[in-house]
Design a protein around this ligand. Structure first.
Ligand code: CP
Ligand code: NVA
Length: 302
């Protein structure tokens, strides 16, 4: 049976196994694999991307397969062909589809109608593949995941939702600190808590309290793709939520800083922090490649 990755919850059973496989693949970088050889990945991207697109394309290539990048405007989908028909047709040609969409419902619709695996490459609700790279980077540096404290300071967005769920499935305690009114929706907090047997998932409006003794400090853009109209209002609401050296000093002295990127220095993070010694954002970006290879091998297994 085919397997879709729409949410971190779809990796509940093997989230850390995929990361372990990625660590192995990182060492043997250019090995090709029978399961991926000559297989084809279609990438449908409704929004821009540097990391997700390039890492998926390079991943397929290094595994011995191919990829096809499709902008919806190049597809008949952009002229009204249904997602369902697109899913059925693409399934006759390709072996796996990654979809970056504005609407989570559209990713689900594609998955429901495709007979090949569908991967959510970011939507308005989650960014599940990003989590594999993030938690791999933590595991590489800290040697463990269980019992660590990750504090996310910023917008209660797609990345925040996925971080809560990834913490839950890997035993990492996650605190999300947002300005009032920008907390993650209750349904995603509850979903994360329902996945966890041990990890604590907490919501706060006070970054200085939340960050105390954090092992990992994480942030993301304040204005996600598609929210450009809210720029002025959000930048005002988020002042005081920038990750600064002073805030980092309240975390554990060995805390690492992560950001899924792209970053905006001077807004969600100061240049000193993101370009400083506690930042591992470029390892994190590199790990997108290794984790996507691991995920593709799992999904393409004959
Ligand atoms: N982090 C991330 O998904 O980056 P891109 O938007 O460049 O793919
Ligand atoms: N929250 C951001 C993540 C970008 C990788 C967005 O959705 O634009």
């Amino acid at each position: 049976m085919k397997r879709d990755i729409i949410s971190v919850a779809d990796m509940k059973e093997d989230f850390t196994d995929i990361i372990e496989l990625a660590l192995k693949l990182k060492r043997g970088r250019y090995d090709s694999y029978e399961d991926a050889k000559n297989r084809v990945l279609a990438l449908i991207f409704e929004k821009p991307s540097t990391r997700t697109r390039v890492s998926f394309e390079v991943a397929m290539r290094q595994l011995g397969g191919h990829s096809i990048y499709l902008n919806p405007n190049d597809l008949q989908m952009g002229r009204g062909e249904t997602i369902s028909d697109t899913a059925k047709v693409l399934s006759r040609f390709v072996d796996v589809i990654a979809y970056r969409a504005f609407e989570n419902a559209n990713v689900r619709e594609l998955a429901l109608n495709a007979s090949v695996p569908v991967i959510n490459a970011l939507d308005n609700v989650e960014h599940p593949v990003q989590m594999l790279a993030d938690f791999m980077t933590v595991l590489e540096r800290k040697g463990r995941l269980k019992g660590l404290k990750l504090v996310y300071i910023g917008d209660g967005n797609n990345v925040a939702n996925s971080l809560m769920m990834a913490g839950a499935v890997s035993g990492v305690n996650v605190t999300i600190a947002t300005p009032k009114g920008y907390e993650p929706k209750d349904e995603f907090v509850s979903k994360a808590r329902s996945l966890s047997t041990s990890a604590k998932i907490e919501i706060s409006n006070d970054p200085s309290v939340a960050v105390t003794e954090a092992d990992v400090v994480y942030t993301d853009v304040w204005i996600s793709m598609g929210e450009e109209k809210e720029k002025e209002k959000k930048e005002k609401a988020f002042s005081g939520f920038q990750i600064t050296p002073a805030l980092m000093r309240k975390a554990s002295p060995t805390a690492m800083f992560l950001h899924c990127l792209p970053a905006h220095r001077g807004l969600e993070v100061s240049a000193e922090v993101i370009d400083g010694g506690q930042s591992f954002v470029f390892d994190e970006a590199e790990n997108r490649l290794h984790t996507e290879k691991a995920l593709l091998l799992k999904l393409l297994k004959f």
